[in-house]
Ligand binder design. Structure first.
Ligand code: ZN
Length: 207
């Protein structure tokens, strides 16, 4: 089963003093991609070259871009042969935010089964957390139970919304902390390595 990794906010300006991107999303996405390609023969990585302050690739208004056209093409092509898993990678700042999530090492954001879309007014099938609770267990195991959470997504998350639009496609959004004093490079590497093994065991059975 193919795995698609997206990082829509991974384009950063090298000279930016203020935070203009998800500063650790490309690092996390590449670590997951490298670990997955060892054990899974169908992995696609979509990093971004569009800055979020120009256009947010995780919002509905960006769906006419070339990046989205290619992403949809890959999803449709792979989903025609069987189930596809999309892992949408992000990172969040620990400082400069009052979010109650800022001290976590990582959190998953999902659209739950029978998720109700306020945009379309309809109820759609989405990934159920109970189907994917093993992902949380791996995160808790590597990072500590108190450092990981699951958060409910909403229909502003355009990539997750795309996954629920296809019968054969499941997806989650993963946010990792950008502060290396909270989530060290070593921990992030170990987390992505274990997550890759888990995804491969579940979605890329050896043929
Ligand atoms: Zn993001």
């Amino acid at each position: 089963m193919p795995v698609i990794i997206t990082a829509p906010h991974s384009a950063c300006r090298k000279t930016a003093l203020r935070r203009d991107c998800d500063r650790r999303a490309a690092q996390a996405a590449r670590l997951l991609y490298d670990a997955l390609t060892r054990v899974c023969d169908d992995v696609t990585l979509f990093l971004s070259d569009t800055h979020r302050d120009t256009l947010d690739l995780n919002r509905a208004e960006s769906r006419d871009t070339e990046w989205w056209r290619r992403l949809r093409e890959v999803i449709v092509e792979k989903a025609s042969n069987g189930p596809v898993f999309v892992c949408d990678m992000h990172s969040f700042p620990s400082a400069d935010t009052t979010s109650e999530l800022r001290h976590l090492k990582a959190y998953f954001l999902i659209l739950e089964r029978d998720f109700h879309s306020f945009r379309t007014g309809g109820t759609k099938y989405a990934v159920s957390w109970s189907d994917w609770s093993f992902g949380l267990r791996v995160a808790q195991d590597v990072l500590g139970a108190e450092n990981v959470r699951v958060v409910r997504g909403s229909d502003v998350n355009a990539i997750l919304m795309e996954t629920v639009g296809h019968r054969n496609v499941d997806g989650i959004l993963l946010e990792v902390n950008e502060d290396v004093t909270i989530l060290s490079d070593k921990e992030l590497g170990e987390f992505m390595y274990r997550l890759a093994d888990l995804l491969a065991a579940t979605y890329c059975p050896v043929s």
